[in-house]
Design a protein around this ligand. Structure first.
Ligand code: HEC
Length: 108
């Protein structure tokens, strides 16, 4: 198997699937990437009454650090280390920017 197989699949999943939902000004590069996170973290990163951490409204630097640490193996988790390995630095920044820009909303 080519060494590019996994990165290309990750790229397709992160860029092409969310692009299917693309329309209107609401959608930014960050929000399109975040479509891949919404199943678990909720629409706009607001999980309610669940065990998953809320992403909306967290400081950008905290989100970036968490994703870099999952990616680099310094932070443990069940699924995030695997997911973060598929993210490029540029995508980590866009995702963190977008989630940080959202209102935190009600605490679960
Ligand atoms: C399959 C479900 C799932 C998906 C998809 C998912 N996450 Fe997570 N996320 C989790 C879980 C569960 C945790 C808690 C850590 C762990 O167990 O891995 C978490 C933790 C996090 C944290 C740490 C938050 C904190 O306050 O500690 C961040 C940041 C994060 N996820 C970002 C993302 C981003 C960005 C995406 C999309 C690229 C994403 N997640 C996709 C399940 C998911």
């Amino acid at each position: 198997m080519s060494k590019w197989f996994v990165p290309i699949c990750a790229w397709l999943a992160l860029t092409q699937l969310p692009a299917a939902a693309q329309s209107g000004a609401y959608f930014t590069p960050g929000s399109r990437l975040a479509a891949a996170c919404a199943n678990c973290h909720g629409t706009e990163g607001r999980t309610q009454g669940q065990l998953l951490p809320r992403l909306a409204g967290q400081p950008r630097s905290d989100l970036e650090r968490a994703l870099r640490e999952y990616k680099g193996g310094q932070r443990s988790g069940t699924v995030m280390p695997q997911i973060a390995k598929g993210l490029q630095e540029e995508q980590i920044i866009l995702l963190a920017q977008w989630y940080a820009s959202l209102p935190a909303g009600a605490q679960p």
